[in-house]
Design a protein around this ligand. Sequence first.
Ligand SMILES: [Zn+2]
Length: 200
Amino acid sequence: MGEGRPESVERLVEELGRLPGVGRRTAERLADHLVRAGTEEAMALAIAIRDVKKAVRPCSLCGNFAEADPCALCTDDRRDRALVCVVSSVKDLLSLERAGVWKGVYHVLGGRVAPLEGTGPEDLRLGSLVERVRGGGLREVVLATDSDAEGDMTAHHVARALSGLGVRVTRLSRGIPAGSSVEFASPATLGEALEGRREV
Ligand SMILES: [Zn+2]
C-alpha cells in the first residue's frame, strides 16, 4: 500500500507506473494531480484513452496505427505503392514521415529480431509482407531497420523470406551511423540513407 492513499488512488498510481518512462515517483505525482484536478479535466484523459482504444487499430496492409483500414498512407494516390519501406515499428514509420523523405508505402514488422529480448523472426509481421510481395505489383522492398546488431539480424531474416520472390530488395545505406536507430536519425541522415540504399 502507498502512504495512506485510498485504494482507488493506489490503483491509479500502479496503472500510471506501468507506462514507459514513468517511475513510481512520477506516477504518484500524476495520480495526486488527477485527484486534485476537476472532474472534467480528469475525465477528459479517461475519455481520450477510451476513444483511442475504440477507434485506432493496426492497418491490415501495412501495420500502421490508424482509424481507417487501410490507412491513409496505404490509400494515398500520390504515393508510389510499388515501393515498400520495411520498418521495425510505427515510431520508425513516423520518423520517416516527419523527415518527408519516402514517397512509397510502408510495412511495419512490429518488432525486431533480438534473441536477448526473446524475440525471433516468428514474432514479426513477415507472413503478411511475403503475401504482399506474392500479390505482385511491387518493384522494390527497402529494408529500413536500425544499423545495429538487431537491425542487421532483422534485415537478414526479411531478405531471406523475400528471396526468390522476384522483387528487388535493398537496404538503407550506412548513412545512419553504426549502432544508430531510424527513430532518432535526423531527416537529412534518413534522406541520405534512402538515397544511397543498396541491393542486399
Ligand atoms: Zn496502411
